[in-house]
Structures are given as C-alpha cells and as structure tokens.
Design a protein around this ligand. Structure first.
Ligand SMILES: [Zn+2]
Length: 411
C-alpha cells in the first residue's frame, strides 16, 4: 500500500498499525527515490488506483444480485451507441472498436452499487498522464485503460467507456457500466446517489498531460464533443448532464486538501463542464467545434508587484497563470537545485514542463518536494514522519518558503 493511500484512508478508520507503519516506509523511500514513493506513479488519471476508480465499492467485490442481461437492463444496447457515433461523424478511420467492447465481462468484474439504474450523466476526463504533451505517444494511456484497473478479485475492469487518442481517434473501450468516476457527491436530487456515479454514467478519457496544463488538440476536443453528443442522445440526457470529473468528485474534499486537487488526487480537465456543454451543443447544432481551444485558467490576481523580486501570495493557488507564478517557479527550481541538491534530471522528472507561469500539478509537486526536503534536513529521524505527513499537503508555499527562494512575498 503506497503511503498516499495509507494516509488518506487513515483518516477514515484504517487500523492504527497502518498509520504507524507508513512513516517508516516513507522515510526509507524518500532517501531512495522521493518522487516515486511520495508521489503516485505516472499512470494515467494522475495515478488513480483501482480503488480510486471504484470509490467505496472496491472491496469486497460482490457479484450482481441478478445477472446483467441486456434484455432486462435499462442500459442502452451497445449497437445504439455505435449508430449514434456514426451519426455524429465518428466513423471510418476515426472509430476503433476495442476487443470485447460490447461484452459483459468487464461489467461483471466490477462491484457496482446501483447497477440496475438508468444512465444519468456523461463525464469528460483527462488522462492526466503527467508526461509533457510533446512526449505523449498517440495512444499513451490506452493500455492502462484497457488492462490497468483490477477488481479486488484481480479481474480486469475497463477504466472508461470511450478514449480519444492524441490524433482525435475514438476508441470504444466498453459500453456497459464500469469504473471511471470513483467516489463523489449525490447529484440531481439523488438521481445519482452518493458514490454511485459508476453505475449511472459513461465517461470519455482524453489523452493529455493533465495537471491543469492545456494541451488538447482541436481534433481531440472535436471528437470528445461528438462522443458526448452521441452518448447523451442515446441516453436521452439534457446538456446539463454533461459534467467533468470535479463536478462530481471535486466537492468531496479530504480535510486539509484543496477541493481543486481532490479529484481522485488530481485536477481534472482544464475546461469547465459548461465549456464542454457548449462544445456538445455545437455538435447538436451542426456547427462543429472549430473554435480554437482556449485555456480557462483563472485570471491572474492583479496584485501590485513592487519590485522584480516580489511574489503575490494571492497568486499561489491552483490554476493561476501570472508573473508571480512564473517567478516562484524560477525561484523554487533554483532553490531545489542549489540549496537542496536536487539534480537537474530529477527536476525534469518532477517538472517536465519547466517554467510556464501556470500553477498546476507540477508546481504543487515542486512545492511539496521542497517542504519534504527542508523537513528532512531540519528534524530528527524520529520526528520526520510527521513532517512527511504534513508536507504531503503542502501544495502551496508559505511566506517563509518564498523567502528561502530569494523572493519577497507580498499580499
Ligand atoms: Zn477523471
């Protein structure tokens, strides 16, 4: 069990022994390879585990009370989705049907509370691969989506319904119910009960770097919107039922965690749900999604920066793009390298995009790593586990950390 999981679940009733065990392993692993141990591995969806995908229904796995046969199920038949995809322009070389996309095996491998219900929503996901867009392979995450998620019994559960690769080609992964949404809030007056989105929705994964970095191509946006339009028409859903992951999961914040970063441990699509709805609407209107994708990053706070060394503390938050963020990135990278002896190679691993002026997953990671390293050098080994625990939440710098980088914090 990775420390991330141990600590997260500790708050909700993990045996004390696990909490005691976690600090020891964390301390040992930090010395060896800090980013591999404290951070989730670079799997799609920001390192989502099978448990993350399942939500609270990961274990114990329960077989459906009644066999899920197409004749009694309220879920639309696979053929209807394929017909609708073609109607909305996903056909020919733009459409790949993955093996067993229409079989019920993967569905029955998953523990799905509420599995007798109707489809109520369509969810847009980014794969959050954490590899810079320039180095993403065309189908970077497809193998993980097809084979990477396992039920508690070890059976493969497909990680989404549709997948859009870097060229905008749509792969039909699975057309029954499956794990993609994990835990989250009750929506639409209980039409989707708390934590049961997997049984009531479909999702498209769009290959991307993730972490709040805008990198989708026009072809990807267009294909994803067409997939959404097709699936929602088959299920007879209004536009309001098009959501992104944080619409459902982002409001269930762990104590001490930023709700923006709590979508199964990551920020989801840069675009808002409203933005995706506008794209789906354009498909329904027949006008296409030709507009160039634009970032929906929060505008920078217009803080006065008195000197070239000033950093606005108000900009030190997720999804802000500003000069203060750029300065902080320059400062924290230099500080990690020169003062904390983090090699250039390791820095590139943590922050492959370099200085961008955008506060996303990579900048949060740089901040956590600096806090971890500072804690390690200043405290005795006996106390370091508590510092490690605290540092995991240190996504944004304190004034003290800003000062260490040689910059001056301002309001
Ligand atoms: Zn997602």
């Amino acid at each position: 069990m990775p420390i991330k999981k141990a600590l997260r679940f500790g708050a909700v009733g993990l045996p004390v022994v696990a909490l005691l065990a976690a600090p020891l392993s964390a301390t040992a692993m930090v010395s060896a390879a800090p980013n591999e141990s404290v951070e989730a591995p670079h799997t799609p969806h920001g390192g989502s585990s099978s448990q993350d995908m399942a939500g609270p229904f990961y274990s114990p796995e329960t077989a459906p009370k009644a066999p899920m046969t197409r004749s009694t199920d309220q879920w639309p038949a696979p053929a209807k989705f394929i017909t609708a995809l073609k109607k909305y322009g996903i056909s020919g070389s733009k459409l790949v049907l993955e093996k067993n996309y229409d079989k019920q095996g993967p569905e029955n491998n998953a523990n799905l509370a509420g599995y007798t219900g109707k489809m109520q929503a369509f969810m847009f996901h980014d794969t959050g691969t954490s590899v810079p867009a320039s180095r993403l392979q065309q189908k970077h995450s497809l193998n993980w989506i097809m084979n990477g998620v396992k039920s508690s019994a070890g059976n493969t559960v497909r990680a989404c319904h549709f997948y859009v690769d870097r060229k905008g080609i749509v792969h039909v992964v699975y057309l029954g119910r499956t794990w993609h949404a994990g835990g989250g809030v009750s929506m639409w007056n209980g039409a989707v009960p708390k934590n049961q989105m997997n049984a009531y929705s479909m999702g498209v994964e769009i290959e991307s770097q993730g972490g709040g970095v805008w990198d989708l191509t026009s072809a990807q946006v267009d294909s994803a919107a067409r997939v959404g339009a097709a699936a929602m028409e088959v299920a007879n859903l209004p536009l309001s039922r098009a959501i992104n992951h944080k619409t459902y999961a982002g409001r269930e914040a762990d104590p001490g965690r930023d709700s923006n970063t709590n979508v199964q441990g990551k920020v989801d699509t840069v675009q808002s749900a409203a933005w995706w709805r506008s794209k789906v609407k354009a498909i329904y209107n027949g006008s296409g999604t030709s507009s160039t994708p634009t970032s929906t990053a929060k505008p920078a706070v217009a803080a006065k920066l008195p000197t070239s060394k000033s950093i606005s503390m108000r900009d030190m938050r997720n999804a802000v793009r500003s000069e203060s963020v750029r300065r902080y990135q320059v400062g924290i990278r230099k500080y990690l390298n020169k003062k904390l002896k983090v090699s250039g190679k390791t820095l590139r691993k943590w922050n492959p995009s370099g200085v961008t002026g955008y506060y996303g997953a990579e900048t949060r990671r740089l901040t956590r790593m600096a806090v971890l390293r500072i804690g390690k050098t200043r405290t005795s080994k006996a106390r370091s586990w508590m510092n490690l625990y605290l540092a995991r939440k240190a996504n944004y710098p304190t004034k003290a950390l800003i000062k260490r980088t040689g910059y001056t914090p301002v309001a």
